[in-house]
Design a protein around this ligand. Structure first.
Ligand code: NAP
Length: 297
């Protein structure tokens, strides 16, 4: 089955931040459905309605707890948008003698991944489904069919990729008329490769919105040279290191959307405080230089 490109779901209006759910179990205060439902309501009040999952986060338990929170407060279901991903098999889920972590880019696995995620999340539709990692052994045509079927059945609304290189997403795109709308990949002051190897421009050209995972470098921004540079920049601008790190991403053309991993309300508030701030080009480069440890050529 194929779809006219113009009739497939377009990129929706996106929030300033996407809430990453990978570390949900780092926050014991959110480990009950009612506590998590309260936390989700607080995020919605801040205009943050998009929550990023994957089947492997907490080995499925992050999606399960999120689904239980939606059941605890059924009004939430219509207000939240969920991104989820599949294609990585953990060793604990490999029943072969090799018990190996691997990728599984097959239509069968994606169909099952989508159905299983809907079951855990207790939802009828996933807003955005991403292929978590490119698989060198992928059956791309078969995967594309599975995605088309899932869109046609209303199980997923939009599709995208994660951690793909340009020719990898272009090969998938060549196999479907459904538009790939998102690329989720690492981006922070400590993960800047895609800004210099042409990947960023390829995303812009191909219309893939960048969803930036680990925007705070998983908490490593306060160390070493970048830590000192952020402290210096804070003294001049009054912006906290978190706010500076988020504004640094926001300055990049195409406005990548940070997928924030912290579920701590204070840090989320700090990350939101940058709205409307545009870092001066010179400050942007001075933070880049401090993070990379060398000046641009
Ligand atoms: N597609 C993929 O392959 C992929 C890969 C990885 C992640 N992701 C997605 O991206 C999301 C975000 O990833 P992430 O959690 O690595 O992002 P992150 O926002 O860069 O890191 C969050 C972590 O850093 C800590 N942190 C941040 N600033 C800190 C500071 N100043 N001092 C101490 N600790 C600090 C937070 O602790 P606090 O609790 O103290 O704030 C939290 O543990 C995930 O939840 C997931 O949804 C996707």
């Amino acid at each position: 089955m194929s779809f006219a490109r113009q009739t497939a779901a377009k990129e929706p209006t996106m929030p300033k931040l996407i809430m990453g759910m990978m570390r949900l179990f780092d926050y014991p205060e959110l480990a009950s459905p009612t506590a998590l439902a309260r936390w989700i309501n607080e995020r919605l009040d801040q205009g943050l309605d998009t929550f990023d999952h994957a089947d492997i986060y907490g080995d499925g338990r992050c999606e399960l707890l999120f689904g239980a929170a939606l059941q605890a407060d059924p009004a939430l279901k219509k207000r939240v948008r969920v991104i989820t991903k599949a294609s990585i098999i953990l060793p604990s889920h490999d029943s072969s003698p090799w018990r190996i972590k691997h990728y599984r880019g097959t239509g069968f696995h994606l169909r099952k991944g989508i159905d299983d995620a809907l079951g855990r999340l207790k939802m009828e539709q996933i807003d955005t489904f991403l292929i978590h990692r490119p698989d060198p052994l992928a059956d791309t045509e078969d995967m594309a069919h599975a995605l088309e079927e899932a869109v046609s059945a209303g199980k997923i609304k939009r599709i995208g990729v994660s951690n793909f290189l340009p020719e990898q997403w272009r090969w998938l795109q060549a196999n479907t008329t459904l538009p790939l709308l998102f690329q989720q990949s690492e981006l922070s002051l400590l993960a800047t490769e895609a800004l210099f190897d042409g990947t960023h421009e390829a995303q812009l050209r191909d219309g893939l919105r960048w969803l930036a995972w680990s925007p705070l470098a998983a908490g490593r921004l306060l160390e070493g040279g970048i830590g000192r540079a952020l402290a210096d920049a804070q003294a001049v601008t009054g912006m906290s290191p978190t706010a500076l790190a988020i504004a640094w991403i926001g300055r990049i053309p195409g406005a990548p959307i940070p997928v924030l991993g912290s579920m701590r309300p204070e840090r989320i508030q700090e990350a939101l405080s940058v709205e409307g701030e545009q870092l001066p080009r010179e400050l942007w480069f001075s933070l880049l230089e401090a993070a990379r440890g060398h000046e641009v050529a």
